[in-house]
Design a protein around this ligand. Sequence first.
Ligand code: IVH
Length: 765
Amino acid sequence: MAKPQNPDAARLADLAAQLRHHDELYYRQAEPEIGDAEYDELWDRYQRLADELGVPAADRHQRTPGDDHSEGFQTHRHRQAMLSLEKANTEAGFFAVAGEDVAAALVPAEREQRRRTAWGKLEAWERARRKDLELADDAPLALTLEPKIDGMSVSLTYVGGDLTLAVTRGNGVEGDIITNQVRESGAVPLTVREQGRFEVRGELYLPRAAFDALNRELAAAGGKLLVNPRNGCAGLMKRKDAEALRGKGVRSFLYSIPPGGHDAALPASQWQRLTWLKEQGFATHAGAQRVAGMAAAYAACLAFTAERGQLDHDIDGMVIKLDDTRAYDALGVTEHHPRWGIAYKFPPERKATRLNGVIVQVGKTGRLTPVAELEPVFVSGSTVARASLHNFAEVAAKDIRVGDLVIIQKAGEIIPQVVEVDLTQRPSGAVPVPWPERCPTCASAVVVERRTDKNQKEFITHFCPNPACADQVRERLRHFGSRGAMDIRGLGPAAIDKLVATLGVVRPDQLYALRADQLEGLEVEPDANGVQRTFGAKSAANLVAALAGSKSRGLAHVLAGLAIPNLGEKLSEDLAGHFGSWAKLREFARDYLADEPRAALAIRKLVPKPRLLAYAQAAAVDVPAKATREDILAAMQAVGMRPLAGIDETVADVVFATLLNPAMLAVIDGLAAAGVALEAERSVGQQVAAIAGKSFVLTGTLPTLTRGDAEALIKAAGGKTVGSVSKKTDYVVAGEEAGSKLDKAKELGVAIIDEAGLRALLGGG
Ligand code: IVH
């Protein structure tokens, strides 16, 4: 996937990364770090956000990512890992879609990178390879260019002219044996001229016509339809009844012969190897070309973009390879990709479809977001039916009207977005999308907030002002328990809905009054997979324990969980770190709102300098090298920002006023009464039960920790380190060449642990 392009995309990518991490532990290492309930909850959060962003099911995280292994298949270890390719994505059109406000929020380097097309990356790649190969800038560099087939990679082995083995990519190291399926599919020659042993790799794919035919068959039989040709092909190749593959139309393109493991006499040029493969009877892609230098390769990639629609199969880019295969070995590979090739990815596909309607979603701060309901359309590999329209001003700026033919694409290959309207196709009588006057959920009169940025661009946001609005209540509770906030395990969206509906929970502080007996037996609505769940004794007890555990997260997490506009995780950390406690922060907020001069003074150093610098850079402010805090503030002021030690005054106004509004004070008082710590984490929160209050003696050299590190870890977790061993010592942490202290510990019967033991106590494993 391309880099995330906006905060929602970043959150989605983060959740997907967490899911991948846990999948890896669960499936491949068989050592899960979290329980099923927690995994389910993570899964729920991911699905919810994906729902909000209109991400089609086919593009969502699948439970066995990066590994095509299926139950019941024998596996085979690849002689050489089947890796991925480095990618040069074209981000052209990003700003048109994401909007300049997203662009302004990026740090300059990232913005610059986004503006650059794939060319920058390709050029840098060519330079790096010339350096590796000790080639002058003007020395000829032959490159072979091949369409990047959007299929399923396969490794085939031929011995004595016969196909003897076909293996899927699997996890890259080990794949599933699908020899019978490949034989039956008719996708590759079963016999070849070459009698020596060799392995050849390529792609199995389903031509679009075969895919459509298959779906027609499935539809007639009342079965579930395939989402795209790639998945269709993968599904077919994993059928246990291999005969079923006959006549299904699976085809192949072969493109590489991995080094070693073959005794065929092969040419040392990729281009000639393609010819050799063709002579053996393999299908090679007619779109392959050989060019001199990257500029020519790039031009050929752009030219081929127009041709992709004419092909009878999907391709998602072009693969550019050094033609001279003798260089491959020396260049080597990274963990992820070989250095001899790079993939140019086509710009996101755009499709036109009808806008059937615009619905309004209510967020945790009451913000109203318009969401496009689209005539389902197949784009970049899956069917899209919804897309976030961000805000009503954007809908107006793009003049999007219900009934319009709109052009859509997927940002980062995942998140559907409306790019523009085809005005020539506007139905007569189409009217602009009205700005909401009433909240769709609670019917409160909508509040419109207008803000102008330094470039005089106006931002208009619609809010439901009613904190008791059912949607807001639910979203706030969900946010409070989320990972960046109080991180309460077991408090997924479905559970929250139930707590609101049946136990009348409306404020975060009320969560802490929940008892296990109230939860037990509650039936939670079906999740995205249609599975209904009931709170059993164990999950009820777990949730109560998770709530209790969250009480010590500390002030920054509490602040971040309050769903105050502009008060995200970073500013929450800054405020907590600076003021140290809610009492001090509240006192300051009062002074600030009363315009007390001492508040201005107190806030001067609020944001740490590196963070201040990052804020300035994010707003594209040029900051001189070696700038002091004052320089940075002056530079921000010079471009029309009104920074108060790094926080924009408008942000400060909202944050401090919201913190002190009576409803918020009631929540915070309620949290305090429930025993939630309102001090900065450094004084509470990181204590580790196994270490807090215990005394440790360190002796000898630990394998990875310095003595200072180990002392700091113990101290941070609430323990203390002392110099000599006595009966009162709880643990002696012994490393290499531990001396008399270890002997003393043995003599006194004090527990002796090593670094791993210390880490285990710390909970880090
Ligand atoms: S060369 C190290 N050539 O794209 C793997 N790959 O994103 C280099 N692919 O896993 C393979 N068409 O499955 C190569 N003409 C082509 C390709 C191609 C499609 C796939 C392949 C690979 C993936 C990398």
